[in-house]
Design a protein around this ligand. Structure first.
Ligand SMILES: C[S@@+](CC[C@H](N)C(=O)[O-])C[C@H]1O[C@@H](n2cnc3c(N)ncnc32)[C@H](O)[C@@H]1O
Length: 236
């Protein structure tokens, strides 16, 4: 999927997005469970860059958890961002957010962020070099020693183990037992429409984007989550 197709997909899905994924909420909650520990060293008035914030799920969690941090909210889909803005307003923390409708390149490139999140975004970029470039764009907006948390669909699509995983994944998503055809269809989509790669390949992609110590801390089904840091001393 190219950028415009991805943006259009989320513009079209925005109004149903939260309802569509409601039965998978436990998976996101599992990632959020670790965020206070991963971000434990953030200063009280830290700045966090939320890339592909969607309707604002991780943003809401973090805003509640860290009551004085400021967020840069970057989201290319205007429809997703509109829902996010309303949720932020209802949550009463608009003054702590800077919203940017667009991709990261068109957002200020000051390296002022102490942390960043990028949840379920990078697998939409099929080309691994372009995918590393997304992480490079994040890294250059972060202070030295900043902490990134990123989550993506990941699995080695050539492994028979992945077929087992996709069977329970398809069943969980549809709420009824998935047959072979459903598993095959999902496998095709994950190999063509999005880039579902092995966790080691995702770690390499994040590393090539300029992050260090990329560490997988979570897996639920095909969702994998990683944390990483920017180098303490920036080299030019
Ligand atoms: C699957 S949603 C995830 C939203 C949110 N992070 C969550 O976990 O609920 C992916 C979001 O990333 C956005 N997105 C896709 N490609 C992007 C890119 N290259 N840069 C920034 N955001 C992107 C989409 O518009 C969409 O809102």
């Amino acid at each position: 999927m190219n950028r415009e197709e991805t943006k259009q997909l989320f513009d079209e899905q925005a109004s149903e997005y939260d309802q569509k994924w409601v039965n998978m909420a436990a998976i996101n909650d599992g990632i959020y469970f670790f965020l206070p520990s991963i971000f434990a060293s953030l200063r009280p008035n830290a700045r966090v860059l939320c890339v592909g914030a969607g309707t604002g799920k991780e943003l809401l969690f973090l805003a509640k958890q860290f009551p004085s941090i400021h967020f840069s909210v970057v989201e290319p889909s205007g429809a997703m961002l509109e829902i996010c803005r309303h949720r932020v307003e209802r949550g009463g923390f608009t003054s702590r957010c800077t919203f940017h409708e667009g991709f990261l390149e068109s957002f200020s490139d000051d390296n002022v962020h102490d942390a960043a999140t990028c949840f379920l975004v990078s697998h939409f970029i099929l080309d691994p070099i372009a995918r590393s470039e997304l992480f490079r764009q994040i890294a250059c907006r972060m202070a030295p020693g900043g902490v990134l948390v990123s989550a993506d669909l990941a699995s080695d699509m050539r492994s028979p183990i992945t077929d087992n995983l996709l069977r329970i994944w398809a069943t969980t998503m549809s709420d009824s037992e998935a047959g072979e055809a459903a598993v095959k269809k999902l496998k095709h989509a994950y190999s063509n429409d999005v880039a579902v790669l092995s966790p080691d390949s995702v770690i390499s992609i994040i590393t090539n984007g300029g992050f260090e110590s990329v560490t997988q801390f979570y897996q639920a089904g095909v969702v994998h989550a990683f944390f990483a840091t920017t180098p303490s001393i920036v080299s030019n």
